[in-house]
Design a protein. Structure first.
Length: 249
């Protein structure tokens, strides 16, 4: 009986360059998206290594890395992620001596498109599909766009339950759309929003993108600016529900 070859455990943070993703598509690699909770892992395990003023996503990166113990981590430390990722990479290098931490800068400019962002689908499922799309170098299948009734601008939240109140006809904008397009450092695309539909502008608490989210919300004729830290509590969900109901969605 042939022995099963053990796969190399690789963690990714942010959106690695397409060249890296093509390499990781080989069967010998097992990919873990360290930005997303990997099972029931206590985020507080990151507390000795990152201050609480770091966003919940980067604290999740640390807690995931300690639990998953990848052999290699590719972390975007360029403009497509954030300045805090640079320091998180340094921390990872020190606390995971057996892990090779590779800093990358995604400067890709080829537009893969954003059919998922404009599709008719539950927003939780849609955002999960968008984040999963980072792990494949393949072109997207064609999905017809739906008639938009609401907008979600921003980053994928750590707590996806924040998205459960949105209608299936919600279009996704901001950095999440840049993710699907595989161009995380695409400011023109990140700045895009639809002024004709009520839109929630979201960023994780303590993330530098809160400045842009609030700024763009101020320019939108009907918007809600929102941020939350690790979990989406009842008050956050109540704000979303009230905003959507007042928008007659």
């Amino acid at each position: 009986m042939r022995a099963t070859t053990k796969k190399i455990r690789v963690g990714i943070v942010g959106v690695p360059p397409l060249e890296v993703i093509k390499k990781l598509a080989e069967p010998r690699y097992e990919i873990f998206d360290l930005d997303e909770p990997q099972g029931q892992i206590d985020i507080e395990t990151a507390s000795p290594f990152l201050p609480r003023v770091y966003c919940g996503i980067l604290r999740t990166v640390i807690s995931n890395s300690l639990a998953v113990t990848p052999e290699i981590i590719y972390i975007d430390t360029g403009a497509g992620k954030c300045d805090c990722a640079v320091h998180t990479a340094t921390v990872l290098s020190d606390i995971l001596p057996d892990c090779k931490v590779i800093r990358t800068k995604n400067c890709d400019s080829h537009n893969f498109g954003s059919p998922l962002c404009k599709s008719k689908m539950g927003l939780i499922q849609k955002m999960a599909a968008i984040t999963a799309s980072v792990q494949t170098p393949d072109p997207y299948r064609k999905i017809p766009p739906c008639k938009v009734t609401a907008g979600f601008w921003g980053v994928p939240p750590r707590d996806f339950s924040l998205l459960e109140l949105f209608p299936d006809t919600t279009h996704v904008y901001g950095w999440a759309r840049c993710m699907e397009n595989k161009t995380p450092d695409n400011m023109e695309l990140e700045l895009h929003f639809n002024p004709s539909v009520p839109t929630v502008f979201f960023a994780q608490s303590f993330c530098a993108k809160t400045a842009l989210a609030r700024h763009l919300a101020g320019k939108h004729p009907y918007a809600l600016y929102l941020d939350c830290d690790v979990t989406a509590g009842n008050s956050v969900k109540a704000k979303i529900q009230a905003f959507l109901e007042l928008s007659r969605i």
